[in-house]
Design a protein around this ligand. Structure first.
Ligand code: SAH
Ligand code: MG
Length: 204
């Protein structure tokens, strides 16, 4: 895997092993279909997914309202003043995201969708080769992401969900809840878990 940018220059929340796994699945899954991520932040995961999609001349749709999740807000644990827009007193990661996509020469491949996940899903009908869910971590946000987007994955396509913490003391339980729902649905079969990143294949 060769990335077009020093990945450490892109802020984000992804272990390099998880990034490599995203890249590998995206390389397989973007051969004949578009791929999608929910939750881009400053574009770290988008670089891995987009670089793979670019090799297949495919498209990565990158959905994020760029206003941050609960934990990114002012005063919260993962707040970063660098991505806080003082004029509007809100998080704005879109500027950093655009910078990263330009630096990585991925603007011919990555289509930013700057909207809440639920709004973006409303008229979506294009079957996806891969879906990466890494958006809001409230139970409502995670359920919305799963319900809105998982049905869009083509049979044979891959569902990836980040921040799986089997031990509740290590992290929030919303992502692993939708992971378990996916596996229990009979529509998805587990492939593997890399770090806190689960991969499952749509089988029905
Ligand atoms: N994938 C990123 C990290 C994503 S952090 C990386 O590799 O570093 C989670 C992101 O989800 C934040 O940028 C936040 O703005 C976005 N988000 C949270 N809830 C959302 C929602 N309902 N719709 C769209 N984006 C959302
Ligand atoms: Mg995450």
């Amino acid at each position: 895997m060769q990335l077009p940018i020093n990945i450490d220059s892109v802020k984000g929340f992804l272990h390099p092993d998880e990034g490599k796994a995203l890249y590998d699945y995206a390389l397989e899954c973007s051969q004949s279909k578009a791929i999608m991520e929910i939750g881009s932040y400053c574009g770290k995961s988008s670089v891995y997914l987009g670089t793979a999609a670019q090799l297949n001349k495919s498209t990565l749709f990158a959905v994020d309202h760029h206003r941050g999740s609960e934990e990114h807000q002012f005063g919260e644990e993962y707040h970063d003043p660098d991505v806080y827009d003082n004029d509007v007193q809100m998080i704005d990661t879109f500027k950093a995201f655009r910078w990263a996509m330009k630096e990585a020469r991925l603007e011919d491949t990555v289509v930013p969708v700057v909207a809440p996940s639920k709004v973006a899903a409303k008229h979506w009908h294009t079957p996806l080769g891969m879906l990466f869910i890494d958006g809001g971590h409230s139970m409502q946000a995670a359920l919305d992401d799963y319900r809105c987007w998982a049905p869009q994955i083509a049979i044979g396509g891959v569902l990836a969900i980040h921040d799986l913490f089997p031990n509740p003391e290590e992290g929030g339980q919303a992502p692993i809840t939708i992971w378990r729902m996916a596996l229990a649905s009979g529509l998805f079969e587990e492939i593997e878990v890399v770090g806190t990143l689960g991969f499952a294949r749509r089988i029905a």
